[in-house]
Every structure is written in C-alpha cells, then in structure tokens.
Ligand binder design. Structure first.
Ligand code: G1P
Length: 291
C-alpha cells in the first residue's frame, strides 16, 4: 500500500478564532504542526504518495511540505545546523498531491474526490485533525494493513473505546467479538448514547479498497446534512463485504484536535515529553499547581 488520502477541507469552526485564517491541521502540537506528525506516521509504515483534499485557506499546508530554498540557504550561510535539521522532513522522498473539495458536502464527499488518484489500489485515509499516540508514535496503520491482508477485507477501521458522553461525537461500531482484530457487524454515525451499539469509536484511520467509491456513489445525505463516510461503510457491510476493526492499544490514545479542550491537552502532553524543554515545563507546571 503506497497511497494515503488526508482530508483537510474542514473549516475548523470549533477552534475559532485560532483557525480564522490558518488551517486547524497547521496548529502546532509541541514543535510541529499536526499534519506533519500525520505524514511522518504514514511514511514510517511505507506510504509514499499523499493526496490532501483541501479547501479555501489551506495553502499553508502545501507551503509546509515544499522545500523553502531561501530559508535553507540562509540557515546554511549562518551555520545554523540545528535548525537545518528541523527542516529535513521536507526532503523525504515522497510525493504530495493536492485537490480541492469544491463543495463542503461532508467527509464521504471529500473521499470521493480521491477516486482517480487512487485508481484500483487499496489506500489509507488519515483524518487531518487526529494524532494517534504520544508524539504520534503509533504503528496502528501497520497493524491495520496486517488485518487487511489476513482477512481479505474491503475496509479496516481503527477504533478506540471512548467514555459514554463522547459517543455522540463519533462513528460507533457493533463488533462481532472482543478480539483485537474484529469483524464490524454494523456502524452508526454519531448515535445518541441510548442507541449506540458499543463505545467503540472510529479513530480517524481507515484502509479501503476502491469499492468504497461505489458505496459512496449510493450514499445519500446523512447526519448533519452531509454525505457521511460511515454511511458508505454501512452499505459495504450490508452488501456482505468484509469490514474489520482494529483496536488502539491501551497506551495509544487518539488526540482529536477538533476542539480547544483536547487541543490544549494534546499540546501539554506533547510539550511535556519534549527532549529539550519537557523537564523544565513539568517543573513550571508544578509551581503553578502550588499557587
Ligand atoms: C469523522 C467521522 C466519524 C469519526 C470521526 C473521528 O467525524 O465522521 O465517524 O468517528 O471523524 O475519526 P468528524 O470529527 O469529522 O465530525
């Protein structure tokens, strides 16, 4: 598997005013913007072609993955090796593609924009506002690839158990078993707590074969008046296609950077493990606790 699709077209309204003129995917968590962690996570598991589904106001994402020759030149002339090393990510031997979702009709519609890029190959979808694991060190996509191959799946989805009150924020699965790799018998987008089939929430990483596009073609408007990816997955299950889930490990939290509460938490956790400043930040926080 070499292709990944990263939808980044959302307006980020829950993070205003921070996201008024910059994409939420470019907000820093510790030292790096969110989207850089996601690309690095996927490069580690062998992805080397990235398609970003973008929208208006998202060009800083393209700029971030470009090589800024003037900046490199200036740092080199000044002998700033440490800062130069921080720019190494833009020399990765991978290819970036960008296309615009011209109407904001939902996540399902965003994925449909990837159809000709993907062709006949299976591909990864990584949502541009979620980090998996501290410092994004998770290998969840590799485990999902193993499941995809072992069970000849049409779709594999990452899941995390969430507290009851968070159930209405996510796609929720009905699992066939308690195994780490489990068959998904049903999936519902953002159910009420009473109607939820479990507390297993879609955790922002998916693998699909191109059959998802045929399902998306048949998917009507769903929750929130949008074309929901979850509804297309439900159609795959109803068609008898094999859809599996993979659970995140207990030490592998999913950081959803969709609102300030979880953004603040993620920033602090990542900053606390920063090699250079983590220890002194911890001391500083301790002094605040005493005041
Ligand atoms: C989307 C999906 C939802 C999933 C969530 C997090 O919702 O529709 O099923 O659980 O991402 O992965 P959104 O956060 O875009 O509202």
């Amino acid at each position: 598997m070499k292709n990944a699709v990263i939808p980044v077209a959302g307006l980020g309204t829950r993070l205003l005013p921070a996201t008024k003129s910059q994409p939420k995917e470019m907000l820093p968590v510790g030292r790096k913007p969110i989207v850089q962690y996601i690309v690095e996570e996927l490069i580690r598991v062998g992805i080397d072609e990235f398609l970003f589904i973008t929208g208006p106001g998202k060009t800083s994402i393209e700029n971030h993955f470009d090589i800024n020759h003037e900046l490199v030149q200036s740092l080199r002339e000044k002998g700033k090796e440490e800062q130069l090393a921080e720019l190494e990510f833009d020399r990765f031997h991978v290819q970036y593609y960008y296309t615009r979702q011209r109407q904001l009709l939902g996540l399902g519609h965003a994925i449909l924009c990837a159809r000709s890029f993907v062709g006949q190959e299976p591909f990864v979808v990584a949502l541009g506002d979620s980090l998996i694991g501290l410092n994004a060190q998770s290998d969840i996509v590799q485990r999902m690839q193993r499941c995809f191959e072992a069970h000849a799946c049409t779709a594999v989805i990452a899941f995390e158990e969430v507290p009851e009150h968070e159930i209405p924020q996510y796609g929720i699965a009905r699992p066939k078993s308690n195994d780490v790799f489990f068959e998904v018998l049903d999936i519902v987008e953002k159910p009420e707590r009473e109607e939820a089939p479990s507390n297993l929430a879609v955790a922002a990483r998916y693998i699909f074969t191109p059959k998802i596009f045929e399902a998306l073609d048949r998917t009507g408007v769903g929750k929130g008046g949008e074309i929901q990816l979850t509804d297309a997955i439900k159609l795959l299950i109803e068609d008898g296609e094999r859809v599996y889930g993979v659970r995140l490990n207990s030490n592998e939290h999913r950081y959803d950077i969709g609102n300030f509460e979880s953004y603040f938490r993620a920033f602090i956790e990542f900053a606390l493990v920063d090699e250079k400043y983590g220890a002194s930040l911890r001391e500083y926080i301790d002094t605040l606790k005493g005041s």
